[in-house]
Ligand binder design. Sequence first.
Ligand code: CA
Length: 502
Amino acid sequence: MTQDWIRIHPDDTVAVVTCAAAAGRDLGGGLTACDDIPLAHKVALTDLAPGDAVVRYGALLGTARSFVPRGSHVHEQNILAAQPPDLDRLEAEPFAAPAVSLPRPDEHAFNGYRNQQGYAGTRNLLGIVPTVQCVAGVLNQAVARIQADLLPRYPHVDGVVVLNHDYGCGVAIDAPEAVIPIRTLQSLLGHPNFAADPLVVGLGCEKLTLQRLAGSERARDVLLLQDFAGYDAMLTAILTEAERKLARLERRRREALPLSQLIIGMQCGGSDAFSGMTANPAAGIASDLLVAAGATVLFSEVSEVRDAVHLLAARAATPEVRSRLIGEMRWYDRYLAAGGVDRSANPTPGNKQGGLSNIVEKAMGSVAKSGRAPITEVLAPGQRPTRSGLIFAATPASDLVCGSEQLASGITLQVFTTGRGTPYNLAAAPVIKVSSQSSLQAFWQDLIDFDAGQVISQRLSLEQAGRALFRQILAVASGEKTRAEAHGLSNDFCIFNPAPVT
Ligand code: CA
């Protein structure tokens, strides 16, 4: 009979069941379920005494709290989570440059919108960036008018996007950590999908002044609503400025460009126990192919890499990169401690229902989407990269905040792996949704773009899945619409603001 469980690494003491198993069911391979075990949850491969290692991915997830017989359901309640790697000890270890050979890509170009400098765009968008939430209502009306009255006359422009946010006023603008939200908005102004030329609209009395946001040079090129005599005058001014920018965008055309002009992000959300076996490692192979072809790939989610940071530190290209990586982990440890929590605050109820017992297990699956390439740079939240290759962009793991901060760092496409499913999408860059199980793809056919569950359901190799995903990334970067894009879905722009609100 077939075996209804998957062990990832020869050292593992637990496996993941590939079907929901009632107590007494023969799981194949000489294993019988002692308990009811939900789909994607873990089963003990050996008798575990209290204190025995619970190992998955060859990594220590924790120790057994009580006696766990072979064939039992292993879950949050019977595992004591392992401690995270000690950062001081990690920093004291001698540095060794990583040596890795990446898979060979069979494509090296995509059709994008060239920019005067920096990365190319994957979409040709009129971007509108407010300096403060107070103007959002007027901007929403302006966007409706631009869509109805102006866009039909500019067929080569893909759309208009307003990135409303809640920063800009009522905040401690001089707090040390305010650098993060301010930098996020500054970086956004140079986004490749906006041709680095969005329309900036402020109110006039906000704390985030235009000089502070964009410098005195750019501040002349901005609309302040308090300068206009009422609503109609505001709308007329915005539409006039929008039309001027649309005329410039209309002249842009896609052209074949080397992958060194492509920058994308990787993220996971609503993960389950299959995410680390199918979707994330397939995304990792796609990432390696992109890096090998000269592209730039960002991965993030500090609280989901914290427990695997020793694996990433060993992939730092230089001692400086390793030190920056550890520095970002330290910053986040302090940030969580100040809020009275630790990294165990991360797994969601959905993650746990999906079989992920704790943050160690989630982290081991999460980092798989970074592939094997060396890490060439580490970015603080909202920073823009200065190097190509694989880059760790420190952001929270929150889908909305990670997506927004990666967008600010300049990504023009995101690959999003999911086990539980989410209709999440970014307003200004396409998001390729990758399912970890074929059952999710079948259930959400009109929302999932790529089914990495085929690694289990069709016995596709990870290499085949990774190469297919790589080709899909290039197709979407070249203009093919994602499912969420076709439905017109998008989430709000959620800035990471660790500074006080006043
Ligand atoms: Ca996430």
